[in-house]
Design a protein around this ligand. Structure first.
Ligand SMILES: [Zn+2]
Length: 531
């Protein structure tokens, strides 16, 4: 049976830009648009020209993409003509392939928010679709609050969608704007809509307020819809939009969908999904969600030793899909529950060849267990584990030595009469026969120490220039009789690789120092710095 085409519409740059704390620059938007295009997304909605300078600039010139570049905006204002509505005129002039209009599909909003009549709203939809088509644009209509509207007044909700479709809109998109609709309701209502409008002209736009935006998208597809709107990593207002990073692999890897549908994302691009997801987090300066389905660091992680030995023999025993298909990897957690098979598998992944009966494997396992008993957590710190393993095998050169460091924190009144807290670190290191002393000020003591440590590593300095600390996490643990501090530091470098290191000590500065040192040494090992 020939497969049907199912279309993906990304709104990371429009609806996703509504997320708290997200503020895309024009340069960010261009990078993300290209990334989505490269992935094989059909529609890239890049913003709302006229709403802010970034979006206006984005659409001020042609942006060549394979995907259908879409501009978002409102239908003409009630009581005005198309040519008399400056917002609409600007939208029609935007350099876009398609225009996605938004219109009220809930009669309550028409009355209360727009203070107009249903007939005028329907006329506004028809006029706007016609004007955009006359400009040669493909047209979509986002039917805002469609599901709540349909429950309140099905005749009007359907009429709003039908007005756009009858006027020649390529897609009418049913929006669960408040995000409270449940999958069985979505399936039922979309099924009813598809009796009036062919499903290959119907889209779904789901929000995640009941954690079911992805399920709602699939419910709509089962009922006949053939376009899914969503965002990367489920970015979006409140609880977010439907997460395309979960939707894409489900469509490609689950037989129920893959046998029935083709999507624009080719197999070879599916392998880049984890990278795409992490790149967006990187741009937003967020730590990736470790537990994200398919692409999270823990998505294919196994802790217990007995599972690990089964996975090594036959991965399908504990994995619903192969991690490589989405660019992720299997991870066997090295922890106090783990057996020798976990350690061996991790050594193999790192590329360290060791005989399985080598006594050093047991020594390493014992060392991990001893350290975890005092607060280390190697499952969260892959780079520190790798260093521990390499040291056990004598494969970490002695690059440099920190003879001493001194960190001070001073609170005082500055020249302007304000109370300020300043931190300064002095680090004395020995590289070969050279003694190097570096001094740095930082926004806090750990920052000052980090800057001083990385300021001058002598002959190794060139190997760490791309090193960047991307996340710093602190936890106070109650291990035994006294509280200890566990510090996890995530680092990245110019190649885009991320790694995590750990330090544990009753003293937060000392714990941070251990994690910083591991990060620097890991980078030196990874860069092949000579001993
Ligand atoms: Zn939305």
């Amino acid at each position: 049976m020939p497969r049907e085409r199912l279309y993906l519409f990304d709104t990371t740059l429009r609806d996703g830009a509504q997320t708290n704390g997200v503020d895309f620059t024009l340069a960010d938007k261009l990078v993300i648009a290209r990334m989505l295009d490269d992935l094989g997304i059909d529609y890239v909605e890049a913003g709302y020209p006229g709403a802010n300078p970034t979006d206006t600039n984005f659409f001020a010139e042609k942006r060549p993409l394979r995907a259908c570049l879409t501009a978002f905006g409102m239908t003409r204002r009630p009581g005005r003509s198309v040519s008399n509505d400056p917002g609409l005129v600007a939208l029609l002039d935007a350099q876009a392939d398609a225009i996605c209009f938004v219109a009220k599909a809930w009669d309550y909003h028409v009355r209360v928010a727009l203070e107009t009549t249903e007939d005028e709203m329907l006329a506004s939809i028809r006029d706007s679709v016609r004007a955009a088509k006359a400009k040669g644009r493909e047209v979509l209509l986002d039917c805002e609050h469609f599901f709540d509207g349909y429950k309140a007044n099905p005749a009007y909700a359907l009429a709003s969608a039908k007005a756009a479709y009858d006027e020649g809109a390529r897609w009418v998109v049913l929006c669960d704007t408040n995000g409270g609709t449940l999958p069985h309701e979505v399936e039922k209502i979309v099924g009813e809509v598809c009796k009036a409008i062919p499903g290959d002209h119907v889209g779904i736009h789901a929000h995640n307020d009941t954690e079911q935006a992805v399920a709602n998208s699939f419910a709509a597809v089962r009922a006949g819809a053939r376009q899914i709107q969503g965002t990367l990593n489920g970015l979006g207002e409140r609880c977010g939009n439907a997460n395309l990073v979960s939707i894409i692999p489900t469509l490609k890897l689950k037989a129920e969908f893959s046998q029935q549908f083709d999507i624009g994302v080719p197999d070879e691009k599916l392998h880049t999904l984890a990278h795409v997801s992490h790149t967006l987090d990187e741009m937003l300066n967020r730590a990736p969600d470790r537990h994200a389905p398919y692409v999270g660091e823990s998505a294919f992680a196994t802790k217990a030793g007995i599972h690990a030995s089964a996975i090594m023999k036959e991965p399908a025993t504990y994995e619903h899909v192969a991690p490589e298909t989405v660019g992720n990897r299997r991870k066997l957690l090295v922890s106090d529950q783990s057996g020798r098979s976990n350690v061996l598998a991790e050594l193999e992944r790192i590329g360290l060849v060791v005989d399985k009966d080598d006594p050093r494997v047991i020594r390493l396992l014992d060392e991990v267990k001893d350290r975890e008993a005092i607060g280390y957590a190697y499952e969260a710190a892959d780079a520190s584990f790798e260093l521990l393993a390499r040291r056990m095998l004598g494969k970490v050169p002695h690059y440099f030595e920190v003879e001493k460091f001194d960190v001070n924190v001073e609170q005082r009144v500055n020249a302007k009469g304000e109370r300020v807290t300043v931190s300064q670190a002095v680090v004395k290191i020995k590289v070969g026969d050279d003694t190097l002393i570096s001094v740095s000020e930082g926004i806090g003591p750990v920052n000052a120490l980090d800057l001083a440590l990385r300021k001058d590593l002598g002959k190794y300095q060139s190997f760490i220039t791309g090193l960047d600390l991307t996340d710093y996490r602190v936890r106070i643990l109650n291990a035994g009789t006294e509280a200890v501090t566990r510090v996890l530091i995530e680092s990245a470098d110019e190649s885009g690789e991320h790694w995590t290191t750990i330090g544990v000590s009753p003293n937060i500065i000392d714990a941070s120092f251990q994690a910083l040192m591991d990060s620097i040494i890991y980078k030196l090992v990874k860069s092949g710095a000579p001993a």
